[in-house]
Design a protein around this ligand. Structure first.
Ligand code: NAD
Length: 291
């Protein structure tokens, strides 16, 4: 069994830590907000006093942090300073592609194996241990990290070299964000021309309009049991997280001089909805804004 340090025990990092402990690993966590670590104690998870004591004897260091700012800070100023030689670094946060590359470069310089391994599956997948990991890095690094990944997820896709896990996550979520805008507009048009929500769902979900935004996040309450719309649009996947991911995609496109047409429009919808104070609602709730 491995010594695993988890840095960042928020909505995702906490349940992921619990699954690592359930798999028999020795888990030590650190979060700058001590209350985030307290509920993990009953699962046999130790709360470290600081970054250094979390990582110093770890075989694997897993970070689950908000953005690339915190990820660079934690690796450059803490983890890479104090981790034992030979520790494997796994960053599962969703971060900017440039930040991911920057951390990989320094990790390589310092002799650490590293993978970027952002996830899909949300908090429910994190709790159930059914996350999908999108991995960037060498095959050797992935194989070495796999005992930890298999404790937290059901599927691992090796997307390519350093940064390609983040690239996959960014493209996928941009597609999801655009899809939701199309689903919402489909329901609004249906209503305007007198077609019921139920009939549109019945047709679209089994024909060419079918997509994940329709079948897993249906914005109309009362149609898909598991959809956040049935729970007052409590996430699910919050508007602010969707907005963050859309912005990561738009930044990458801008840097590569790629003109995207649909993504900026969809991102503006989520931005407007968030500016109106709805950032905590599921991203499917933009249905209400366009009503
Ligand atoms: P969160 O805000 O709940 O958790 C982040 C945690 O990091 C917080 O507890 C915070 O206190 C801690 N933290 C911040 N800076 C720190 C530092 N310097 N050192 C130690 N701890 C620090 O966020 P989350 O929902 O758990 O998401 C984490 C990452 O996973 C994000 O990048 C997010 O985009 C991604 N993600 C989230 C979901 C989701 O459904 N929540 C799904 C897929 C991916």
């Amino acid at each position: 069994m491995l010594n695993i340090a988890v840095i960042g025990t928020g909505n995702m990092g906490a349940p992921m830590s619990i699954n690592l402990a359930k798999a028999g690993h020795h888990v030590k966590v650190f979060d700058i907000v001590p209350e985030k670590m307290a509920p993990l104690k009953v699962h046999g998870i130790a709360a470290a006093e600081d970054h250094r004591s979390a990582v110093v004897d770890a075989d694997i260091i897993l970070t689950m942090l908000p953005t690339g700012v915190e990820v660079k800070e934690v690796y450059f100023e803490q983890a890479m300073q104090h981790a034992a030689a030979g520790s494997i670094l796994i960053d599962s946060s969703t971060i900017d592609l440039n930040d991911a590359h920057a951390v990989h470069v320094v990790a390589k310089d310092k002799g650490f194996l590293m993978i970027d391994a952002p996830v899909s599956g949300g908090t429910a997948g994190a709790a159930a241990g059914t996350l999908t990991f999108m991995v960037g890095g060498s095959e050797h690094a992935l194989n070495t990290a796999s005992p930890a990944l298999s404790a937290m997820g059901a599927r691992v896709v090796h997307c390519g070299d350093a940064g390609m896990g983040q690239a996959a996550k960014m493209c996928n979520n941009m597609m999801l964000g655009i899809q939701m805008a199309s689903v919402v507009e489909g329901f609004h048009l249906a209503r305007r021309v007198g077609l019921s929500n139920e009939k549109l769902y019945e047709v679209a979900s089994s024909s060419s309009g079918n997509c994940f935004s329709l079948t897993a996040f249906c914005p109309i309450p009362g149609i898909v049991e598991v959809s956040p719309s049935n729970n007052d649009y409590r996430p699910g996947f919050s508007t602010d997280l969707m907005l963050k991911d859309m912005r990561l995609a738009l930044n990458a496109a801008q840097q590569k001089r790629l003109d995207l047409d649909m993504a900026p429009i969809a991102a503006d919808l989520y931005q407007q909805f968030s500016d109106d104070g709805n950032g905590d609602l599921d991203f499917s709730a933009i249905y209400k804004m366009l009503e």
